[in-house]
Design a protein around this ligand. Structure first.
Ligand SMILES: [Zn+2]
Length: 164
């Protein structure tokens, strides 16, 4: 049965030439991720859990908008094939062009990776454009958050105007 799964996966990858769009990022990303996991209470559940890191050579899109990173959970059946539970894919050009934004981008994607009470990996959604922990530690670092931050600023200046 596991042979079938392997064959299907390989065929799909080769058929669409998916592998050419990605580059292994384990060596560059994992050490930074481990440091971030150590420094975050919320990410404690990820310690000892294997995450695969990839770079995307092309721009990634989600609902028509450019995204700088993606976090995905491997299906349970993949446990027969490899030890990884999550995959984090980062925009390679952004990573190269903005070294000071690597940590907030990576922390953002790591915060999407969670573990439920049974110890199973789950994807964690965010309801604002950003996780509070990323903003607390790095401030406004990406366009969406900058917008959000600007709204807060506007709100603050309205308040000032209203105040005597
Ligand atoms: Zn996100």
């Amino acid at each position: 049965m596991s042979d079938t799964v392997i064959n299907v996966t390989m065929d799909e990858l080769e058929g669409r030439n998916e592998t050419a769009k990605f580059r292994d990022g384990q060596r560059e990303i994992k050490p930074i991720a481990e440091r971030l996991i150590e420094g975050s209470e919320r990410l404690g559940g990820l310690e000892g859990l294997q995450i695969k890191y990839l770079f995307a050579k092309d721009e990634m899109k989600s609902k028509g908008k450019r995204v700088l990173g993606k976090a995905c959970k491997f299906p349970e059946r993949d446990r027969l094939l490899h030890p990884f539970r999550f995959c984090i894919i980062l925009d390679e050009r952004f990573w190269q062009d903005f070294p000071n934004k690597r940590e907030p981008l990576l922390l953002h994607e790591l915060l999407h990776c969670g573990v439920n009470d049974e110890g199973d990996p789950v994807l964690v959604p965010h309801d604002l454009e950003e996780f509070g922990e990323v903003v607390r530690r790095y401030g406004a670092w990406a366009n969406d958050v900058v917008l959000f931050d600007r709204q807060l600023e506007l709100f603050a200046s309205e308040q000032r105007k209203a105040a005597p």
